[in-house]
Design a protein around this ligand. Structure first.
Ligand SMILES: Cc1cc2nc3c(=O)[nH]c(=O)nc-3n(C[C@H](O)[C@H](O)[C@H](O)COP(=O)(O)OP(=O)(O)OC[C@H]3O[C@@H](n4cnc5c(N)ncnc54)[C@H](O)[C@@H]3O)c2cc1C
Length: 472
């Protein structure tokens, strides 16, 4: 503590009970332990000093952005030093001609695109949490978003990262040109979930605003027909900028808030966004309209103006908030499956959830097969967590068995580390742990996360002692 106070302004080192509780959670329903001491550095040198102090005193450290993570990545275990980067929130440099920007890790995702307004450029990764999540968190989780179908997830938009390694040394991985000379350590770092070091400055690629954008709303009387339309669009050689699906429960929950004109009697709606040159967009609108009708779409609506586009997207982006009218708590799963299996796996998810007597809402990035079943529950209900856990586990197993993967964008964190062996062999896991040890030989950076062999969390909760990584 005294080393931290010496390195930082004392006001930016907190050990009070309220702060320790506040920083013990992220946006998931996971609980670990409590934060030991919480630091708010404002420079790379201060981040390095926090790391050096933590390691010198034999403490682990956990870095945190906005805490919107859904896999427990920023949840503390065993009273670590929490390094919170929300005060490192400056946009340091924008080079319009080279289409890049250097930002601090605490910059909120949407703030960068807002800052770029009028330049004809934007930052393409657009997680639905973009109004609050940080670019450092996006880098750590290799985050996605609706428009990542066409533009690629965060890794495709990170040219270089300044990193404080777990021994306090500062290095830059990658370069402004985006060329990889030798091993691509930038690529290894992105998606590291805070286990390989701390990103303190990030050089991001900026994307040109498209000359024309069209947003379509398609509605279907069955989830299967909507899913088949998704596959048919991609099979026809079109990659929309975004291709999202919402089922009837989601539509019914959001429509009263956004008045987007979603058909509440439809089993599923697809939001399809097309962008590019006007002639190409017009052609794709026509082809997608025809394909959708062939696959049973009841209607195909093209947003007439910017206001209508915004209302359609607002419904999609506020889906998680709207569920509060149904149940007070939710557990949001995140798996990926082959697009061709969307219909069958989504049907199976409805069955799994019904077997556990829970409610599910499906709202997801259909174009890349990234499922997000939202399990709704009331945590005060006796025994409900066991049912949520059982349903979540079965969804993961069904997705992997269908040829999919454990996570599309939320990361492994605490949540999925016990499932890593479903996807990776012991040899694969050994190689991953050797990569981790190359960055962090002493295992001090977020040690309880990602790999099954990491240190364990304390799990004593009001529900009794639960297995490691349990949701409560
Ligand atoms: C309503 C809602 C919608 C969401 N929608 C999406 C979505 O569409 N797509 C998507 O991908 N995610 C989504 N998320 C998940 C989450 O917002 C993202 O994972 C986001 O990138 C996390 O950013 P954060 O700043 O909140 O990170 P935190 O939650 O604070 O941290 C996440 C992980 O990153 C590590 N970390 C944070 N900062 C750094 C850093 N500077 N250096 C190294 N490691 C760091 C932490 O240790 C932790 O492991 C959603 C979450 C919510 C609540």
């Amino acid at each position: 503590m005294s080393d931290l106070v010496a390195a930082l302004d004392p006001e930016r080192v907190q050990v009070g009970d309220v702060a320790r509780r506040l920083y013990s959670r992220d946006a998931s329903v996971l609980r670990g332990g409590r934060a030991g001491v919480i630091c708010f550095p404002v420079t790379t040198a201060e981040v390095s000093a926090c790391v050096v102090a933590a390691v010198a005193h034999g403490r682990d450290f956990v870095v945190r952005g906005a805490g919107t993570g859904l896999a427990g990545g920023a949840v503390p275990c065993d009273e670590p030093v929490m390094i919170v980067l929300t005060r490192m929130d400056r946009i340091l440099e924008v080079d319009e001609s080279r289409r890049l920007a250097w930002v601090e890790p605490g910059v909120v995702n949407l703030d960068l695109s807002r800052h770029l307004g009028g330049t004809g450029l934007h930052f393409a990764p657009d997680p639905s949490s973009q109004q609050s999540c940080t670019i450092g968190g996006n880098v750590a989780n290799n985050s996605g978003g609706p428009h990542c179908l066409l533009y690629g997830v965060t890794s495709a938009h990170v040219l270089a990262v300044e990193v404080v390694l777990p021994d306090g040394e500062v290095v830059v991985l990658g370069n402004e040109e985006g060329d990889s000379v030798g091993y691509d350590l930038r690529g290894a770092f992105v998606g590291g979930e805070g286990t390989l070091g701390i990103a303190t400055r990030i050089c991001v690629r900026l994307t040109e605003d498209p000359p024309e954008v069209a947003t379509l709303l398609l509605d279907f009387m069955s989830v299967g027909a909507a899913a088949e339309t998704v596959s048919a669009i991609i099979a026809a050689g079109m990659i929309p900028a975004a291709l999202e699906m919402m089922d009837q429960r989601v539509v019914e929950a959001v429509e009263p808030f956004v008045n987007a004109g979603y058909p509440t009697d439809a089993a599923a709606v697809l939001i399809v966004e097309l962008d590019g040159q006007p002639a190409g967009v017009a052609d794709e609108i026509m082809r997608i309209g025809e394909l959708a009708s062939t696959h049973g779409a009841r209607s195909v609506r093209v947003a007439a103006d910017e206001g209508e586009r915004e209302r359609i997207w607002k419904g999609r982006k506020s889906a998680f908030g709207a569920i509060a009218v149904i149940k007070p708590d939710y557990y949001l799963n995140d798996t990926v499956i082959p697009r061709t299996k969307l219909a069958e796996v989504v049907e199976r998810i409805y069955e799994i959830v019904e077997e556990q007597d829970l409610i599910v809402m499906n709202v997801f990035h259909a174009g890349d097969g990234n499922l997000h079943p939202l399990l709704l529950f009331d945590a005060r209900e006796e025994g409900v967590m066991e049912r949520v856990l059982a349903a979540g586990e079965e969804i993961v197993r069904v997705s992997v068995a269908a040829g999919g993967v454990l996570s599309g964008e939320h990361g492994i964190g605490l949540e999925k580390k016990r499932f890593m062996s479903l996807q990776f062999s012991p040899a694969d896991l050994e190689v991953q742990s050797r990569l981790r040890a190359a960055f962090d030989p002493d295992g001090r950076a977020n040690p309880a996360k990602v790999l099954p062999s990491g240190a364990s969390c304390g799990h004593v909760t009001s529900l009794g002692r639960l297995p490691e990584g349990t949701w409560v």
